[in-house]
Design a protein around this ligand. Structure first.
Ligand SMILES: [Zn+2]
Length: 238
């Protein structure tokens, strides 16, 4: 039978036709690239201890943890150029218009995107994860473009000073896992898909309410000189 009539599929098709303007507008906003918009905040009971995070996280049951984060100071290649539409790594210059072969967007723009490895620690253990884009910018207090420009000027990110600052903060982090085979062995890696300053949340037993203050407004931090000396760091609370 060719093209059988399935009432629910027909209804969905008609609904999509009727709401096509709204759906296209949502697609243009690309909110699907921002996990902090898409995903509900965790309830208190859903925040796990790091020791209990499974090797393979069920995508339908995201893992939330609360802990301190430090950036691996051996991070190399802390940014890449991604597609403005699907965020995948592409061979384009920053701000260059191109046809994306991943998502077939014809007016994609080359966009710098941070990428680094971090360690998250709580009282039960630690976990290594990768962090990209906005959550990485939240940790660095720098935009991906600034990270790119710094490297192009031949300078390094002051990771020791950034880590000193991060030790004063706790984060609520949402993780997902990927499994792959490395040298014939099954391996798992974790990625941070959203990250929030724990002090900006009022955690209740029912929900975690988002404080509207962005992290950048809470602190002004200058970390230009990466001397790794705690006494030299200049953090001003406002
Ligand atoms: Zn793309």
């Amino acid at each position: 039978m060719i093209e059988p009539k399935i009432p629910r599929a027909e209804q969905l098709k008609n609904w999509a036709k009727e709401h096509c303007d709204t759906l296209n507008a949502l697609k243009r906003l690309r909110d699907y690239n921002n996990a902090t918009i898409n995903l509900a905040n965790p309830e208190k009971e859903e925040i796990s201890k790091i020791a209990t995070v499974p090797a393979l996280i069920n995508p339908a049951q995201p893992a939330w943890v609360k802990g301190k984060i430090s950036i691996n100071i051996d991070n190399k290649n802390t940014w890449y150029i991604g597609c403005s539409h699907c965020l995948k790594k592409v061979y384009a210059e920053s701000d260059e218009l191109f046809n994306c072969m991943h998502c077939v967007e014809k007016t994609a723009v080359g966009t710098p995107r941070c990428k680094m490895d971090v360690e998250i620690v709580d009282e039960t253990g630690h976990i290594v994860a990768s962090v990209f884009g906005l959550p990485a910018e939240t940790l660095l207090l720098r935009s991906s473009k600034q990270v790119m420009e710094l490297e192009q000027e031949g300078k390094n990110l002051p990771l020791s000073n950034i880590n000193n600052r991060l030790q004063d903060q706790e984060f609520i982090v949402q993780l997902r896992s990927q499994s792959f085979t490395q040298q014939g062995k099954p391996t798992t890696s974790y990625t941070i898909i959203s990250l929030h300053d724990a002090s900006l949340y009022a955690i209740t037993s029912k929900t975690i309410e988002h404080d509207t203050l962005p992290i950048q407004k809470k602190r002004i931090c200058t970390e230009d000189e990466d001397n790794g000396d705690v006494t030299q760091k200049r953090i001003k609370k406002i």
